[in-house]
Design a protein around this ligand. Structure first.
Ligand code: GLN
Length: 534
């Protein structure tokens, strides 16, 4: 059996459990082990496809078409490996499997109960994910003490009892520093450890998240009150770049502590490329100003960036590759609808991205921004919805098809963007889940295009998440006026990449290249975009 490391969070959510898990993965990989990671989301939702991005953050998509939590994106970026559907668990998924098994008489007439059958299913899934791997990291979403993730902790407890030498438990605790007192407080984390104890578990290692480094005084205190050796209490202060986290953990010798506890020895020590990348990120000083035009970041008085996390990371990977420091600004699409005069301000950006999205809110504002980029020759990258709107803009303003639109927004329009006939049948039956193009699809690139200059190859595959497609009936009209359809899905003859002639960089794609960008392998399209800006 592979070794299993559970990572859970204490005190509160949003303290970076995902990045911590991914970083532990990177460290173990650098020591010569085969690593994979599992995300557990304690929701009833079967996948993240039905969750609102403002509430839940970005929906990440895997090669095999699973819509999941953004942390899976972090695992892929840090591990530089694909993570598949089998590595994602929600409460809904686990219950669904158990209920299906019960219906199929797989429990052979026994009484099927929450305990042990639900945790057993969790254990089955962890074991399956660990096949041919040395390590499986299992991130348990939520915070210890919540009712929601109890059954997952129960699975961890059962596993630890069965395989004591193969299981490790890591708790990520938060240590607040109160402004008026000016001291880092350990008590909430002490309580989190106690809560975990009451579930029959004890952390082997404690990651102490705080705004600053954990000093020896507090390390000792935590050690005494939490019953954890101070060598196993790892300082995890806020740092500028998430990619520095593995390096930081290694300062406290985290990798070797883990290996020692599991009776293993490092096979090598190779964080060289990673360190080089982090150093390059830190030394880039020349700024590039890039705007993302979206709508999923305003919630009350707060502005969240999580909805576009993969796009942001992809911009960073490509910018740092060229020794540039990206300055990313959020602009709300709706503001251009209310006040078109604002458009002039877009000139201060060196590049503009219109990312993916659903629904009518903000659409006209995005179309205005795209027109401005096209006419003012501002480097532009359109992603998914960004491609659909680029085509609508071109059809309306260049080809003079004024009513051009997508049937997603208006049923009675000239349907430049539409659903395929076979999807219409499914939608009638309300089978929405089956009407999305999800996961990896092939694309053949025209060798004379700008896209080819970026990819430097003809056959590629990219990840999708959308329901609507470009309507090929309008292809000739658009081509005549200068739109280039430079990437086509060969199986279904679907438009995948478009570009515009006589523009320094105007590329829009039906897929989501951001999901495949990695810090050590920036994505070719983002590289092309940044290079054009340069
Ligand atoms: N709403 C569009 C569609 O479903 C685009 C989706 C997206 O941008 N991910 O086709």
């Amino acid at each position: 059996m592979s070794k299993v490391i559970f990572v859970a969070g204490g005190v509160m959510s949003g303290i970076g459990k995902g990045v911590a898990t991914a970083s532990i993965g990177r460290i173990l990989k650098s020591k010569g082990f085969k690593v994979t990671a599992i995300k557990i989301d304690p929701y009833i939702n079967v996948d993240a496809g039905t969750m609102n991005p403002i509430e839940h953050g970005e929906v990440f998509v895997t090669e095999d078409g699973l819509e999941c939590d953004q942390d899976v994106g972090n695992y892929e970026r840090f591990l530089d490996e694909n993570i598949y559907d089998s590595n994602y668990m929600t409460t809904g998924r686990v219950y669904q499997t158990v209920i299906n098994k019960e219906r199929n008489l797989e429990y052979k007439g026994r009484c099927v109960e929450v305990v042990p059958h639900i945790p057993e299913e969790v254990i089955n899934r962890i074991k399956k994910a660990g096949k041919n791997k040395d390590f499986v990291l299992v991130e348990i979403g939520g915070t210890v003490g919540e009712y929601q993730n109890m059954l997952f902790l129960e699975a961890a407890r059962m596993m630890k009892m069965r395989y004591p030498k193969d299981i490790l438990f890591i708790l990520v605790g938060f240590l607040p520093i109160l402004k008026n007192i000016g001291e880092m407080k350990t008590k909430p984390t002490q309580y989190a450890v106690r809560t975990l104890n009451s579930a029959g578990l004890h952390p082997d290692i404690l990651l102490a998240r705080a705004t600053t480094i954990l000093d020896d005084v507090r390390k000792k205190k935590l050690s005494i009150f939490c019953n954890i050796s101070s060598k196993d209490i790892i300082s995890a202060p806020d740092i500028e770049s998430i990619y520095e986290v593995p390096i930081n953990f290694e300062k406290d010798n985290l990798g070797n502590r883990i290996l020692k506890k599991l009776n293993l020895k490092p096979k090598k020590n190779d964080l060289k490329d990673w360190k080089k990348m982090v150093k390059k990120n830190k030394t880039a000083s020349k700024e590039v100003k890039i705007a993302i035009v979206g709508k999923y970041f305003e919630t009350g008085k707060f502005s969240l960036k999580d909805s576009y996390i993969s796009v942001i990371e992809a911009i960073k990977h490509a910018s740092y590759y060229y020794n540039l420091k990206p300055v990313i600004e959020w602009i709300s699409a709706e503001s251009y609808e209310k006040n078109p005069k604002l458009l002039k301000e877009l000139k201060k950006y060196q590049g503009i991205i219109v990312p993916g999205g659903f629904g009518t809110r903000g659409i006209e504002g995005k179309i205005k921004v795209i027109k401005f980029c096209r006419e003012n020759k501002i480097p532009f990258l359109g992603l998914c919805l960004g491609m659909q709107l680029s085509i609508i803009e071109f059809a309306r303003n260049v080809c003079k098809i004024k009513e051009a639109y997508s049937t997603e927004f208006l049923k009675k329009c000239i349907p430049i963007i539409d659903i395929l006939p076979e999807q219409k049948e499914l939608i009638k039956k309300r089978h929405y889940g089956n009407t999305m193009r999800l996961g990896s699809y092939n694309c053949v690139i025209n060798t004379k295009s700008k896209a080819f200059k970026c990819y430097k190859k003809q056959n590629i595959s990219e990840r999708h998440r959308h329901r609507y497609e470009f309507n090929n009936e309008y292809k000739n009209i658009l081509e005549r006026k200068g739109m280039v359809f430079s990437g086509i899905n060969p199986e279904k003859n679907l438009a995948e990449i478009i570009e515009i002639k006589n523009h320094p960089f105007f590329i829009a794609v039906q897929f989501h290249p951001e999901f495949k960008s990695r810090p050590l392998k920036p994505h070719p399209l983002f590289k092309g975009f940044i290079q054009a800006i340069r």
